[in-house]
Design a protein around this ligand. Structure first.
Ligand code: ADP
Length: 244
């Protein structure tokens, strides 16, 4: 799409959303048979699959940590995920996203319970439409829970951007291309920010407001993640509970 004259008209965005509205989001936990945990997520036009393996033996062995599990995160964009074919394999961008996403999740994983082992998280972007790193973190968090990895809480993520001089929640692709700033944020349930990056420019006052909007967005995502886990596990009643 060529640059539209305006991205916000009468308080509405070109895709019809209000400034503070997320795109349609759908989580499905436990979709892959061979992974220990998984989650498929549609986040606007993004389609993301997360798979978790572990805790499992570490290869190569020298990466083992005697006191805790190591966490590995691989973010990968499929060749067909973007308009022009993406060259397969890691590049600088995917290496950076893998690192910051791992850091966003690591602090909630009880790594100390599994010394000498590895927890591997794979995030495959099947279709990309801006906000893939936050989509990946949301899906990975549900996949970790689905794998039964002990966690202190879930991690939720969303981005806030600046478009036509206004702050908007959850940028779509056109807003990402033609906007003035993009601020992806991840937050755990204790309200601790575990990822905060920024492209572009905002004033200090705008940054404060953007962060508040991102926090509210993360709270909504947390409810959806929780719901996805309840959908899969909610009906499971333990024999003890059934006896009552
Ligand atoms: P995020 O997906 O987390 O917003 P970026 O800001 O780096 O990360 O990317 C924004 C969007 O640009 C992506 O979601 C994707 O739609 C598009 N994009 C990223 N890398 C490529 C690429 N190699 N080729 C085409 N489009 C890309």
């Amino acid at each position: 799409m060529t640059k539209p004259e305006k991205l916000i008209v009468d308080g509405k965005r070109l895709d019809g959303r209000g400034l503070n509205e997320l795109r349609p989001i759908r989580f499905k936990a436990g979709v892959l048979k061979r992974a220990d945990g998984s989650c498929y997520l549609e986040f606007g036009g993004n389609k993301v699959m997360a798979a978790v393996y572990g805790p499992r033996e570490v290869h190569p062995r020298h990466l083992q940590n005697a006191s805790r599990a190591i966490v590995r995160y691989r973010y990968n964009m499929a060749a067909f995920s973007v308009e022009e074919r993406k060259r397969p394999g890691p590049d600088r961008r995917s290496i950076e996203i893998s690192k910051v996403s791992r850091e966003a999740l690591e602090s909630v994983i009880m790594q100390e319970l599994y010394p000498r082992s590895a927890i591997d998280i794979f995030v495959e972007i099947l279709q990309a439409d801006a906000g893939t790193r936050v989509a990946g973190i949301n899906a990975a968090s549900v996949a970790l829970a689905d794998a039964g990895i002990p966690m202190r809480c879930l991690v939720s993520a969303c981005a806030v951007g600046k478009v036509d001089g206004e702050l908007v929640l959850d940028l779509n692709k056109d807003e990402d291309n033609y906007g003035q700033a993009d601020l992806p944020v991840a937050m755990n349930q204790f309200g601790e920010i575990t990822l905060c990056q920024m492209d572009g420019h905002m004033t200090e006052e705008e940054f404060g407001r953007a962060l508040d909007m991102a926090i509210e967005g993360c709270k909504k995502l947390h409810q959806m993640q929780r719901q996805a886990l309840i959908e899969k596990y909610g009906e499971m009643v333990s024999p003890a509970e059934e006896a009552h």
